[in-house]
Design a binder for this molecule. Sequence first.
Ligand code: SF4
Length: 244
Amino acid sequence: MISKTEIDDLNEQFRRAPSEDVLRWAWNRFETRAAIGTSFQGAGLVMIHLSKIHDLPFPVFTLDTGLLFPETSELKKRLEDFFGMTIESQEPDISVEAQEETQGPELWKRDPDLCCTIRKVLPLQDKLSNLDCWMTGLRRQQSDTRSDVDVVEVYVFDESTGREIVKVNPMAYWTREAIWKYIHDYQIPYNPLHDQGYRSIGCWPCTKKTLANQIDERAGRWTGFQKVECGIHTFMSKKVDFQI
Ligand code: SF4
């Protein structure tokens, strides 16, 4: 149990602290009950690098929907070599082909929420059911929906049991410019699609290039739909009724 007072104190402290302090706190508190989840956007790469150079051996996982760009799958292998670690792929229960049989072809064109639930949210729930702390690369600057993320947040993972999970966003205050300077300074492998105009990269059917005049980094995701989040960051309720 983590109290509201502690959360408030941590967020005040971490607002000005380097991300490695946040990572070290999470490691000291949760060790391998914490894991980094990444889709290999820039912030996730920096977070993994910071963990490595500060000797904080968090497990790392990614959600492999079966609909990733070939460049993204190739990047995973390059990162495993670069960091000298295995990145676990968390996959849906059903293949893309099986989904077509039960839901019809190209579900993402008709019901992207359902497609994301099957291919992202449920696999993530499986993974989180074995963790106490989920580390993400969310940044405030990414989009309006992320503009108020805190460094440390607590969510109710299971309403029926009240089980909670701590979500830690060590990169919350990083700018896009700082992320890319770090990646270039340390020559960390990154997705070559970024150099072709894709600022945020997800599944190939739902990712378009971002136009130069679009401020929202995630504007290229689910174009033509009201959808702005896949659901992995919105399926849990933020815990407000803390026990102090
Ligand atoms: S991003 Fe698109 S293809 Fe990927 S799971 Fe969601 S709806 Fe399906």
